[in-house]
Design a binder for this molecule. Structure first.
Ligand code: FAD
Length: 445
C-alpha cells in the first residue's frame, strides 16, 4: 500500500494520520513547527489549540454534541481518547487543558510505528503521492502558492469574512418582506427577505453598532490599522463601514434601492437583506453583514433590525485571517479534489470552521486516503449524519457565496414531519443521525 503524505500536524492532520494507521496504512506527517512558526502557534507540539481551549457543547442533542458523539463512535483519537484525559471542568462544554491535550497527541503520533513525523515545511506536492492537505488557516506562503497552482488562485482565499446566520422561524415576516431589487429574481420568485428601516430605526441601529465592542484580534494581521487596510477593503466589517460616515452603510450593504415596503408602499430608508442558502435548511444569511463584534453585542445590536427582534443566531459573524479553498468548486463529499482524486483536503483549509469540524474532516480524509491507497473507492458518510452533512456542505454548497461553516442543525437534512417543539425536533435529528451512522458502521466494518 502507498504511504499517505499529510501536510500539517495540526488537529486535522493528526486525526487523519491516526485513522490511516488504524486502517493498516502508513502515514508521513509533515509539520513545519518549531522550525517555522505561524503567527498564532506558540509551541512545537502537534495539535496545538491556538486560542480557546473549548471543544464546545457536550449538551446532549445539540449540534456540536452530535458531531463529537459521531466522532467518538468512529474511533476518533482526539475526541474519543485524548479529550477525556485532558478535560477540565467547564459546565456543559468539553474544555481541555491545552498543554496536556497537545502533549498527549504528540506522544501518540510519535509512538505509532505506522506514523513517521517529519519536521519540515511542505512547499511542493509530489504528483506521485497520495496527499492530505491539512495545513490549516495559517498555511505557509510557499505551500499556499502550490495549492493555488493546483486549485487555481481564484479558488484560494486568505481571509474569512463570515456574516451571521439566523433561524428562519425566528424572523418576523409581518415586518420582513420578500422581494428582489427592482423585481429581478434569478428564478422568478423573490429571492430575498428584506428588513426595512425608517430613519429613527436606522439611527438607533447605527448608534448601537458604533458603541458595540469588538472581539480582540488574536494575531497582528487581524488588527485593523493602516498596514491591514488592504485586507479590510475586500471584506470590511459593518462596524468599520459605519465608522466612515453615518450614511455609508445606507449606500453600501444596507442600500434600499429597487425595493418597496408593501406595508407603506414606499422605499425604506435602509434595508438588511436576508438570503436563504440552498445547502442550509431553514436558515437565512444576513447579506454583507460580516462583523467583528463580540457575540453578546452582536446579538443585541442585530436584534434592533426590524423583523429580527427575536432572531435566533445559528452562527455569528466573524472576520479573521484564514486560508481556505472554495470546497464546492473543487471537492467531492469524500474531500478529494475532483480533478486530482489523490489529493484530499482536511481541516480549516477545506472550508470548515472550528476545532471539532477540523478534526471531523481529518477523520474523513484519513479514512478516504487509506481506502484509495489500498485500491478501494473512498465512501462518503451518510447525508443524515453530522459528518456527512459537513462534507456535503463543503463539497456541495453554492460556490458563488461560499463561506466556511461550523456544524449547525441547518446543515443537516430537514425531517419529513418535523415536531413543532424545537427540543423534540433536534432530539429526532440526532437520533436519525446516530441510527444512520450505526447502519453505515455495520455495513463497512
Ligand atoms: C488565530 C486563530 C484563532 C482560532 N481560534 C479558534 C477557537 O477558539 N475555536 C475554534 O473552534 N477554532 C478556532 N480557530 C479556527 C480553527 O478551528 C483552528 O485554526 C484549528 O486549529 C484548525 O485546525 P487545522 O488542523 O485545520 O489547522 P492547524 O491546527 O492550524 O494545523 C495546521 C498545521 O499545519 C502546519 N503547517 C502550515 N503550513 C505548513 C507547511 N507548508 N508544511 C508543514 N506544516 C505546515 C502548521 O504549523 C499547523 O501545525 C482559530 C483560528 C485562528 C487562525
Amino acid at each position: 500500500m502507498k504511504q499517505i503524505h499529510i501536510a500539517g500536524g495540526g488537529l486535522a492532520g493528526c486525526e487523519a494520520a491516526w485513522q490511516v494507521a488504524r486502517a493498516g496504512g502508513r502515514a508521513v506527517l509533515y509539520e513545519m513547527r518549531p522550525l517555522r512558526q505561524t503567527p498564532a502557534h506558540k509551541t512545537g507540539d502537534l495539535a496545538e489549540l491556538v486560542c480557546s481551549n473549548s471543544l464546545k457543547s457536550e449538551q446532549a442533542n445539540s449540534a456540536p454534541w452530535l458531531l463529537k458523539e459521531e466522532l467518538r463512535r468512529l474511533g476518533s483519537l482526539l475526541i474519543g481518547e485524548i479529550s477525556p484525559r485532558a478535560r477540565v471542568p467547564a459546565g456543559h462544554a468539553l474544555t481541555v487543558d491545552r498543554e496536556i491535550f497537545a502533549a498527549e497527541i504528540t506522544r501518540a503520533m510519535e509512538a505509532d510505528p505506522a506514523i513517521e513525523i517529519r519536521r519540515e515545511e511542505v512547499t511542493t506536492l509530489d504528483a506521485n503521492h497520495v496527499w492530505i492537505i491539512a495545513s490549516g488557516p495559517l498555511t505557509s506562503d510557499a505551500l499556499a502558492q502550490e495549492i493555488a497552482r493546483i486549485t487555481g488562485s481564484n479558488r484560494l482565499y486568505f481571509y474569512d469574512s463570515i456574516s451571521p446566520i439566523i433561524d428562519a422561524e425566528s424572523i418576523d415576516t409581518s415586518i420582513a418582506f420578500r422581494a428582489s431589487r427592482y423585481g429581478k429574481s434569478l428564478d422568478g420568485t423573490a429571492d430575498y427577505l428584506n428588513c426595512p428601516f425608517d430613519k429613527v430605526q436606522y439611527d438607533a441601529f447605527l448608534d448601537a453598532l458604533l458603541a458595540a465592542e469588538s472581539v480582540p484580534a488574536h494575531i497582528e494581521e487581524d488588527r485593523p490599522g493602516p498596514e491591514n487596510v488592504r485586507y479590510f477593503e475586500a471584506c470590511l466589517p459593518i462596524e468599520e463601514i459605519a465608522r466612515r460616515g453615518r450614511d455609508t452603510l445606507r449606500f453600501g450593504p444596507m442600500k434600499p434601492m429597487g425595493l418597496t415596503d408593501p406595508r407603506t408602499g414606499r422605499r425604506p430608508y435602509a434595508v438588511v437583506q436576508l438570503r436563504q442558502e440552498d445547502a442550509r435548511a431553514g436558515s437565512y444569511n444576513l447579506v454583507g453583514f460580516q462583523n467583528h463584534m463580540r457575540f453578546g453585542d452582536q446579538q443585541r445590536v442585530l436584534r434592533l433590525i426590524p423583523g429580527l427582534e427575536h432572531a435566533e443566531f445559528l452562527r455569528f459573524g466573524q472576520v479573521h485571517r484564514n486560508t481556505y479553498i472554495n470546497g464546492p468548486a473543487l471537492l467531492t463529499p469524500t474531500l478529494q479534489m475532483r480533478t486530482r482524486p489523490e489529493v484530499f483536503f482536511a481541516g480549516q483549509i477545506s472550508g470548515v470552521e472550528g476545532y471539532v469540524e477540523s478534526i471531523a474532516t481529518g477523520l474523513i480524509a484519513g479514512r478516504g486516503a487509506v481506502a484509495l491507497a489500498g485500491g478501494q473507492v473512498p465512501r462518503a458518510f451518510p447525508r443524515g449524519t453530522a459528518m456527512g452533512s459537513l462534507a456535503a456542505y463543503v463539497s456541495g454548497a453554492d460556490p458563488l457565496h461560499y463561506q466556511p461553516a461550523n456544524i449547525t442543525f441547518d446543515l443537516l437534512p430537514k425531517l419529513e414531519n418535523p415536531p413543532r417543539d424545537k427540543k423534540t425536533r433536534y432530539a429526532e435529528v440526532c437520533r436519525r443521525a446516530l441510527d444512520a451512522l450505526e447502519e453505515y458502521l455495520c455495513a463497512h466494518v
